[in-house]
Design a protein. Sequence first.
Length: 279
Amino acid sequence: MKILFLIIIIFYLKYKQKQNKKFSLIFVKSNKMKKIILLVFILTLIACDKDERIDSSLKIQFSHTIDKTEIFSCCSEINPDSLIYTNEAGQAFNILTLKYIISNLKIYDTNNKEHLLKDVHYIDASETENTSITFNDLDIRNYNKLSFTFGFNQIENIDNQYLNESWHSSMFWPNNSITTQPGGYHYMKLEGFFDTISQSYRCHTGPTFGGDYSFEVELPIEFDANQNEKHQIILKMNILNWFKTPNNYVLTSNGIMDNPTAQESLKENGLNNVFSIQE
């Protein structure tokens, strides 16, 4: 736009020179006229800047479902005495706690160039303030992919790295040289009752014995940040899919923080349609 305007000005002035040589000489020699033309040019460029400024934002809403049923504030609306869901193994269960961490949240443009949105984000499904996040001042591009790491990868899961974050005390992983637990952070805490209200399960995923059970998620998206629009993506977690395909996961009352087999099973299931973009 700016270049086009400059070209038009140049051609106009040359045209005026040809039409009226006397006027052209006066125009060139007159400092006052030069200043006026320069001022008009600068003001026009400023106006062009205002016209070209794009106010585009992206809101990511985290949604949690049991198949197609959305769970709002999962830990407050469910009666603890009610086992209202059934997993693939036929076990009745409920959900009292759902907390998890994602890291390296990125979007990709149509040239496959990545744009980091946030290093780490903590979600507690019982607290609405962290179940959505908004990003302003996006680069003017078309975007077609979103990616993130569920939890932290082995290199980035550092003990006490987020000591000053409000979720540190809730999500830290024990550092114990005797049991070879490495410290760092949980990826997820999924808790509730199953079979009867006296049996609790605790699906606490993380770096068991120093292993890396995090995984990468890539999902197709489509939005154009070339327009002055507020875009929204609903990132859905289907909780039921943690317990099926490819592994038929059976809930037990035993914790899994020292169970690499259980960690691997949940990782493999997590890679298989736990997360999706709601259309």
